[in-house]
Ligand binder design. Structure first.
Ligand SMILES: C[S@@+](CC[C@H](N)C(=O)[O-])C[C@H]1O[C@@H](n2cnc3c(N)ncnc32)[C@H](O)[C@@H]1O
Length: 253
C-alpha cells in the first residue's frame, strides 16, 4: 500500500508525460483561457503544481481542485488553489459555475464514468469546455522485447483488481458523445523516451510495479522480469507504450 507521499511521486511522473499535451489543450485546443477552472480528481495537486510552475495557466485563473481523498488534498494544500473534498458523481457547485472543467487519469478509476462526465457538463457554463486529459488503453499496450509483454498483461490485471478500467481510453469519444458535448475532439498522446532511460525514472516505475504486482506474481519471477527489463532499457531496445487518449468537448450554447 503506497503512502500519499509515494502516490504524489507517482502522479508527478504521470504529469511529466502529459506536460506538452496539456499545454496544447489549454493554449490551442480551446479558444480562450478560462477565468474559473476545476480539476475533478486532483489528487495531490501534481497537475495544478505543474500549471503554476510552467505558467500554462496564468495566475489570475481561479483554480479549484476536488478529490474524494482528504489525505491527498492535504498535500495539494501547498498550491495556490481552492480545494474541495467531494465525490465526482455529485459536484458541490451550482450549474454553470466554471469555464473549464478537466480531469487527468481520473475516469479509469470510476465505476460509472458517464454520470461523472455529465456532472462535469452540468457545472460548466454554456460555451465552456470539459477535457479528459489522459486516459489509458492498456489493452493495446506495446511491450518489447516480447518476453516483457507478460509484464504489461500483469499490470493491466492488477489495475482491474484495484477496481480500475485500464482500457477506458478507447471509450472516451463515445462517452463524450453520450454526455452531450459538442465540437468534440479526441486524440492520442505521443511517445518519446530517452535511450538509455534515466535511472531515476526506471527505479520509480519499478517501485510502482512491485507494489502493484506483489500479489499476482512470485518475488522470484518479479526479480527475473526486473533484470530483463533493466537489460532491455540499458541496451536501448525496450519499448513500453501505453496508448493514452484525450478528449475535449464543448457545452452547447
Ligand atoms: C490517478 S489519480 C490522478 C490524480 C491527479 N489528477 C493527477 O493526475 O495527478 C486519480 C484521482 O482520482 C481520485 N478519485 C477517484 N475516485 C473519485 C471520485 N469518485 N470522486 C473524486 N475523486 C476521485 C483519487 O482519489 C485520485 O486522487
Amino acid at each position: 500500500m503506497l503512502t500519499p507521499t509515494e502516490w504524489h511521486q507517482r502522479f508527478k511522473f504521470q504529469v511529466r508525460w502529459t506536460q506538452q499535451l496539456r499545454r496544447f489543450l489549454l493554449t490551442e485546443a480551446i479558444p480562450q483561457m478560462p477565468n474559473r477552472a476545476l480539476e475533478v480528481g486532483c489528487g495531490t495537486g501534481a497537475v495544478i503544481n505543474d500549471f503554476h510552475q510552467s505558467g500554462t495557466l496564468p495566475t489570475h485563473v481561479h483554480l479549484v481542485g476536488l478529490d474524494i481523498r482528504f489525505d491527498f488534498l492535504q498535500l495539494a494544500q501547498k498550491q495556490k488553489v481552492t480545494l474541495a473534498c467531494a465525490n465526482a458523481y455529485s459536484l458541490p457547485f451550482p450549474d454553470a459555475t466554471f469555464d473549464l472543467v478537466y480531469c487527468h487519469y481520473l475516469l479509469l478509476w470510476l465505476k460509472y464514468p458517464l454520470p461523472a462526465l455529465m456532472e462535469m457538463h452540468r457545472v460548466t457554463r454554456s460555451g465552456g469546455w470539459v477535457i479528459a486529459m489522459a486516459e489509458p488503453d492498456y489493452a493495446h499496450r506495446i511491450d518489447y522485447p516480447p518476453v516483457l509483454s507478460e509484464l504489461g498483461k500483469l499490470q493491466r490485471q492488477s489495475l482491474i483488481q484495484q477496481g480500475a478500467n485500464p482500457d477506458i481510453g478507447a471509450m472516451l469519444a463515445g462517452l463524450f458523445i453520450q454526455a452531450g458535448f459538442q465540437n468534440i475532439k479526441t486524440g492520442l498522446l505521443g511517445g518519446e523516451w530517452d535511450i538509455p532511460q534515466d535511472e531515476e525514472t526506471w527505479r520509480a516505475e519499478w517501485r510502482v510495479l512491485e507494489a502493484d504486482l506483489q500479489e499476482l506474481v512470485s518475488k522470484e519471477k518479479l526479480q527475473e522480469y526486473r533484470k530483463q527489463d533493466a537489460s532491455a532499457w540499458k541496451s536501448g531496445e525496450r519499448i513500453l507504450f501505453v496508448p493514452t487518449f484525450y478528449a475535449i468537448g464543448q457545452i452547447p450554447c
